[in-house]
Design a protein around this ligand. Sequence first.
Ligand SMILES: O=C(O)[C@@H](CO)OP(=O)(O)O
Length: 303
Amino acid sequence: MAATFFHQPVAGLNGWGIDVPSFGSSRIFGKLLSTRLFFNSSYHKLQHPVLGSISHDSSTESSLILIRHGESMWNEKNLFTGCCDVPLTKRGVEEAIEAGKRISYIPVDLIFTSGLIRAKMTAMLAMTQHQEKKVPIIVHNESEQATLWSGVYSEKTTNQSIPVITTWQLNERMYGDLQGLNKKDIAEKYGKEQVREWRRSYDISPPNGESLEMCSRRAVAYFKDFIEPHLESGKHVMVAAHANSLRSIIMYLDRLTPQEVTSLEMSTGIPLLYIYKEGKFSSRGSPVGSTEAGVYAYTQVII
Ligand SMILES: O=C(O)[C@@H](CO)OP(=O)(O)O
């Protein structure tokens, strides 16, 4: 006899009740799916190892954590990576876990990552350290079947979970013909200035790749359309992505000029905290680790 207990999943694309592009529109900015939200910001008293108890009033403000993935196997080899989908190194895994410790006391209701494994690994590893011990679950919205087959049928389990939305719009900039090439070799061949322009200028593209401006058009549009509304509604959000997709988002949040963004660098695996309140973002830098006085998220050195 067929089991009779199957019914509508509590969680799945619609069941999570989150606004994300549907599978029919996941490659373009399509209509939002508006459904009931099962996730509530129920935890307000998390313990920081140094600062102690931190209260969050989700009715007035929400937190946004941005994190660049930990060191990848191509970061280690100094190769242009772009949209090539390479995993973390052991060091990258450790960075992600350390990042998780730094943010373990900050509430997280919803996670967005790029579609690339290094960002997904970073988010998942970081969440293993979180005080709430909720389980991050990747939302599969690539087809109707994927949505159905990944359904969760327990409301209790759903409430102990954090939906993880993966999206290509948060991917690293596409590095074109440079992908897989060594950064030092290319600097020797074309000159440091040329390579610096390809890597850090705002509107100059690497050969057949995306400029930061092009990357920003999709990453910032996604942020405004699909992430900001959750912050507005009081949800605490983590975004795990890449040096350049995050540079473009930080440019938007911090209102940097195209000139200023050229000197913005991001370290691997260092989380950055923003507070969203009354339509404004304020940067709180990087959450302090348990064993140090502070940490710098930005560095100036490239190549
Ligand atoms: O290779 C890449 O994809 C990026 C990030 O690692 O490099 P860059 O610092 O040159 O933007």
